[in-house]
Every structure is written in C-alpha cells, then in structure tokens.
Write a protein that binds this ligand. Structure first.
Ligand code: NAG
Ligand code: NAG
Length: 683
C-alpha cells in the first residue's frame, strides 16, 4: 500500500518481481516499508507540513515567497530491522535513492532558494527557517551535531555566510548548511565530458543518492531527463553516515524553501531502495503537471522590476534601486584583471554579518535614519573595523518587490566598479531581511542641488556642473561599452545622480537597469523610465537601447546647464514646455546661451554651448542621429568637434513634444506608478 505505482513497475521490470513481492510481504508484516517507488505521488504515504501538498500527482514542496515545506515518507527507516544490513558495518545501511525534481520560477535564471533530499532523526522540522535555511535548520541550530541531519541540497542562491560556491550547486550537508562537499550542477557524459545543468531551468532533472555502508562512501549523481544514470557521480565523498545518524531510525524525505523570489519546488517521482536504486518509470511521472505550471507562469526573459518609491526629495544619499537581471558573469572572468577583482567578479560583493551592521548603525537607531521608502529604510552607518561611513538599505520583510530588487541589485551592481557609479560594498541576509551596504554619498542627489526651494540661489557652480556631466558620461560609457556586459541603465535622471564628498557624480539606482552580452539584443517587455527622459521610440516601441539611455543623458545635460526640469508647465498659458524645445528656441533666436541657468555667472561660454548643443544632439528624436557614449566622451573632452551639420534647423522640433504626445496615450498602460507620482510633482 506504500507503493502506489508498484504494479506498473513490476510489469516493466519482471526480474525484480520476486524481490519486491518479498519486500512487500516484509513491509506488510512490519507495517512500514523501507523501500518504495512513487512514479506519481497521488495517494502516497507522506507526512507533509507547511506549503507541501500533492496536486495532480505532483509533490509541490513550496511555492511563493518566504515559504517552506516538507514531505517525509510517513514511516521512518528502521536500521535495526533492515534485512540487508550486516552486523559488522555501520548502523546506517547501504541505500540508493533517486528522484526527479523541477524548480520553477517566473524569472529565468533567478529563483530562491532551493530544495534538499533529507535523512533526519526527526520529521518535525517546524522551527526551521525558510530562504537560505532551506527549511532544514535555523540560525540557532546551524551546525549542532544533535540535529542528526543529512541533506543533499539543490541550492539556487549563493550564500556567502554558508560559503556557497555559486548560485547553482549541489551540496552534501551534515547538520549544517555549510556543505561538506559541493559542486556546480551538472553531469559527466560517458566520454567523461562535464555538462552543466541549470537547477532552476524548470526542466525536470533526476538525482541519485547512493550510500555504500561497507566502504562508507556517499555518491550524488544527477542527469537531465530522460537519461540513464551517469557512471561518474557528481559528488563522491567518504563519509560514515552513522556519525550523523546514530539512531536506529531516520525519516527520509524532502525539504524546500523560497526567499524573496516566488519559486516552486516540485518532486515528480521518487524511489528508495536498500540495494540498487530502482529506475523510475518516466512515462508515469506527472510531467504534464510540470508543463502546465511552466506554461502558466509569467516568464520574463529578463525582468524589469519597477523601482520602489524613490527618495530624491529627501535629498538622501542612498536611493532604492531595483532590477532583475540576467547576469552570466560567473564564467566571464577577464584574465587580465587583478586577482582581487577577479575574485570579486566571480563571487560578488562580500557579505557582512548582521551584528556588524547592528553595530554600524547603533542598532538601526532612528538617529542614523537617512530616509524611508516603500522598500524599507536607509540608514547611515559606520563600519566598526574600517571606520568607513556607509549607507545601509534595509528591506522590510513585507516588501516582496523590494526583496527581488535587492537580489538582482546584488547581482548587477555588485559586479560593477567605476568611480562614477555608486559602489555596492556588500550585503547581509538576516532572517527574512536583506541589507545592502553602499558607499555613503554625503552630498545627496544632483536633483536637490539643481532644483532648490527658492529658485534664486545655487550652490553648485559651472565648473562643478561641467565636471558632473563629464562624470555621468564616463559612468554611462562604462556601462555601455567598457564593462564585460552591456548594461542599459534605463533610468538616467538627476535624482539618480548622487554626489560624493568631492561633488563627483555617481550614477546610482540601477532600478531599471539590465545587462546583456555585447552584440546581443536587449529584450524589453515594458516601457519604464521617468517622464521627460523617455525617448520617443522607447515610448512608441517599448524597446530600451543604448540610444534611449543617450537620449536621457542629453536631457540631463541640458537640465544641468539650464537648471530647469525636463518638462515644466508654462505659467502664462498653462501649456507644458519641453526643455529641449526651449533650448532649441533659444538657439534659433540667435543665442543658445539665453537658455542657461540665470543663477550661473561664472560659466565658460564655449563649454556651456558645447554642453547645450550636445544635449540637443543626444536627445535627437531619431535614435540614429544620437552619438554613442564613446563619441560623447570625445566631444566633452574636445577630442572631436561636434558635427558640422548640427544646426537648429537640422534638429526637428518634435523631440520631447512628440514624446509628450506619445506618453499621454501610452503612459497609463505601460508606465510605473512611481512615474505618475513624479509627474504630479511637476517633474
Ligand atoms: C545543540 O542542541 C542541543 C539540543 O537542542 C542543545 O542542548 C545544545 O545546547 C546545542 N548546542 C549548541 C552548541 O548550541
Ligand atoms: C560511488 O562512486 C565511486 C566513484 O565513481 C564508485 O567507485 C562507487 O562504486 C560508487 N558507489 C556507489 C554506492 O554508487
């Protein structure tokens, strides 16, 4: 009765018939079975808790965010009664188990956290934590030998605190989430070639766990479906399981947990044998259920998560940012870089302990609070060891959106390094919280300098403004052309430019940023960005490109030179005015410098003309007419003259006005709510 798929199995594998009938008789006599096969979990004898359930034959361990679930074979394995055990070996007998799993996430390449095959002295893992603890342990029980727990983890998040090797690995864990051995997911072909597998691809894959009690060797093998078991295991370690599981009983089953990114962990089939692992009958597995689940998810090739509430008006140093990105940087080490940078590129930014951050912020004291947003709070902190002042973003556990953004931000921002980009120094995961640590930007955002309350004064002179423009250009050039992948920022605007202690510009808020390989096409699913900075073709076609970033940069340079917002409402007739139209009008009127911020009295005529014309060129309505950032850098350094045909008459006056028309049609459907808020604030 504990082997619902038994009959079809017997039908297929007649030569095992006798053995199974025998075992069946034994288990019937004992009231439990140490061997079983589930080609579907309908009617399976499982004890489940939390999120775990069986639907359409599929064992779903956990789904959604910040969840966990367990499913154990109801009866414990009884080592004392095992007919195969011999007296001179350890009390944990040899066993072989195989299961087919699938990890389904809405996001390609991104999921939390993972699942594990478990042998445990208890089937009541109630006090375990979700997310990185995989529903197995919690911060208190981590590493305690009295856990009596063996887990084979299939982990899709790289947790620094546990020394994880990457975000797609299989590990053997004893009483702890720090693996005794781990390896990137994959398998060896008969030719000995290693092939990678992606755990969270949504594809069903098979895992075998074999323990040889005489030689005390534990093997873990995996392969895609359908396939025969590879000869060479992925992991093979000498280990006496009796030291982990000293009792005569152990529960066998699965645990899974998710963190901030909604992920479903499923088991399709499972067999457990004392001898050689019984093959699963693939045709009986609930593969259809998996297909349906995969078809039903909202897939994003690369995901844009709209930023949480920005805090520019608070003038705070750090701004929430956000993004989900596909970052395939792990294998893309540039050999010429120094080892340090290589290390950081491969493993991402270092993690901090929660204690460090508590100490840095005096226990997240309100006095250290820089601002609050929809995602949580930002605190100023001083790191104990280095005495470095940092900004610490703390995402509230309720902010699921925020959590996703942070995961992605770690991925993208953690690997970027440039003097004109805000640096992510590290991060910390604590319980359900995520904390990100950045360089502290004491001078806040550029936006607050340009658009002061009383419009009569400015505390930012031309020399500083010119330097800021060059800085932003340099940061954007790095993102577009100088880094190993192309990063489209997608939200270039003055409130996303932060100023460090020397008033150097740092591009922050990678809220909408995404990366792709050089030469590859950036897929785009949604129009996002901020009113006034959105290129006409972006509004029309919804495709973000380097050229749409250049457009926004053009608007920004004019904003810096003119001290005016990209769009404002004219006092006289109540009509909206676009900055580029306004600058162009001044140029046509005979003097482009008439458009310059009247609060500036120290500017170099030649430079400001260059900046204004460059601004117009960059925000040209036709993307093909806009220069690339490499060219922009040359213009700004006066290494190249502006194109000779750059004349007011050649610049069609439909630039931003056209955008206005487009947006009034398209915005309600396609633009984020935060942008609408921005508009109402007159941005
Ligand atoms: C390990 O767990 C046992 C039982 O829960 C407990 O008594 C013991 O104090 C723990 N040891 C450590 C080092 O936390
Ligand atoms: C474990 O793997 C080793 C190395 O490939 C192999 O020699 C051994 O037979 C395997 N043991 C089991 C129980 O699968």
């Amino acid at each position: 009765m504990h082997r619902p798929a038994c009959s079809s199995y017997l039908h297929q594998l007649r030569r095992r018939l006798l053995l199974l009938v025998l075992l069946s008789a034994i288990s019937a006599a004992q009231g439990h079975a140490d061997e079983f096969i589930y080609n579907s979990f309908s009617g399976a004898d499982l004890s489940m808790d939390n999120q775990a359930s069986v639907i359409d034959g599929l064992l779903r361990l956990s789904e959604g965010t910040d969840t966990k679930g367990h499913a154990f074979h109801t009866f414990p394995l009884d080592f004392s009664n095992n007919p195969i055990i011999s007296s001179n070996t350890s009390s944990v007998p040899s066993f072989s188990t195989t299961f087919v799993f699938a990890i389904i996430s809405d996001y390609d390449d991104l999921s939390t956290d993972g699942l594990a095959f478990v042998l445990s002295s208890t089937n009541k893992l109630f006090s375990s934590s979700a997310a990185q603890y995989l529903g197995l342990l919690n911060s208190e029980t981590m590493g305690n030998e009295s856990n009596h727990l063996l887990a084979i983890e299939l982990d899709t998040i790289k947790n620094q605190e546990f020394g994880d090797i990457d975000s797609n690995h299989i590990g053997i864990d004893m009483n702890s989430l720090i693996s005794n051995a781990s390896k990137g997911a994959g398998y060896y072909t008969p030719d000995g070639e290693f092939k990678n597998l992606k755990l969270n691809s949504g594809e069903p894959m098979q895992v075998w766990v074999d323990y040889d009690s005489e030689r005390t060797i534990l093997n873990v093998t995996m392969a895609p479906l359908p396939s025969t078991k590879p000869n060479r295991p992925l992991l093979s370690i000498p280990y006496d399981l009796s030291s982990v599981l000293p009792n005569t009983r152990a529960y066998v089953g699965f645990s899974a947990a998710a963190g901030g990114i909604p992920t479903m962990h499923c088991i399709l089939g499972w067999s457990f044998m004392n001898g050689e692992a019984a093959a699963l009958n693939y045709s009986d597995l609930p593969l259809k259920s998996i297909q349906q689940l995969r078809a039903g998810r909202h897939t994003y090739k690369t995901i844009i998560i709209v930023c949480a509430v920005l805090l520019p008006t608070l003038g705070i140093a750090m701004i929430v940012s956000a993004t989900i990105v596909k970052v395939r940087m792990m294998n893309r080490l540039s050999k010429s870089r120094t080892t340090d940078i290589e290390w950081e590129r491969e493993y991402g930014p270092p993690s901090f302990t929660y204690k460090d951050l508590l100490a840095a912020t005096s226990g997240f004291n309100d006095k250290m609070l820089l601002g609050r947003g929809g995602f949580g709070s930002v605190f100023r902190g001083v790191l104990h060891h280095s005495k470095q002042t940092v900004a610490i973003k703390r995402v509230s556990p309720e902010s699921k959106q925020g959590m996703k953004e942070f995961m992605a931000e770690i991925l993208i921002l953690g690997h970027l390094r440039h003097r004109n980009l805000v640096q992510l120094i590290g991060y910390c995961r604590h319980k359900q919280q995520l904390l990100l640590v950045y360089d502290y930007m004491p001078n806040g955002s550029l936006d607050s300098y340009l658009h002061t309350q009383d419009h009569s004064t400015t505390n930012i002179c031309w020399a500083q403004r010119f330097c800021i423009i060059k800085g932003i250009a340099s940061g954007l050039f790095y993102l577009h052309e100088d880094w190993e992948q192309v990063v489209i920022h997608r939200d270039i605007k003055t409130s996303n430019v932060l100023l460090d202690g020397e008033m150097n510009a740092r591009l922050g808020d990678f809220g909408l940023a995404r990366s792709h390989d050089h030469g590859a096409d950036a897929h785009t699913t949604r129009v996002a960005g901020t009113w006034g900075y959105i290129a006409p073709e972006l509004a029309r076609l919804g495709k973000a490109t380097k050229a749409t970033d250049v457009f926004a940069f053009g608007v920004l340079t004019m904003e810096v030179a003119c001290g005016r917002r990209p769009i404002w409402v004219d006092g006289a007739n109540g009509e909206p005015v676009a900055l580029s139209d306004w600058v162009l009008a001044a140029w046509r009127g005979g003097s482009i410098t008439d458009a310059v911020d009247t609060r500036l009295d120290d500017y170099v005529e030649e430079d400001i003309e260059l900046v204004l014309k460059l601004g117009l060129l960059c925000s040209h309505p036709s993307p093909n007419a806009r220069p690339c950032m490499r060219r922009v850098m040359q213009y700004l350094r006066s290494d190249a003259p502006l194109p000779a045909d750059l004349q007011p008459d050649n610049l069609l006056r439909i630039g931003v006005s056209q955008e206005l028309r487009m947006m009034s049609v398209e915005r309600p459907m396609s633009c984020p709510a935060t942008t609408i808020t921005d508009l109402s604030k007159g941005r």
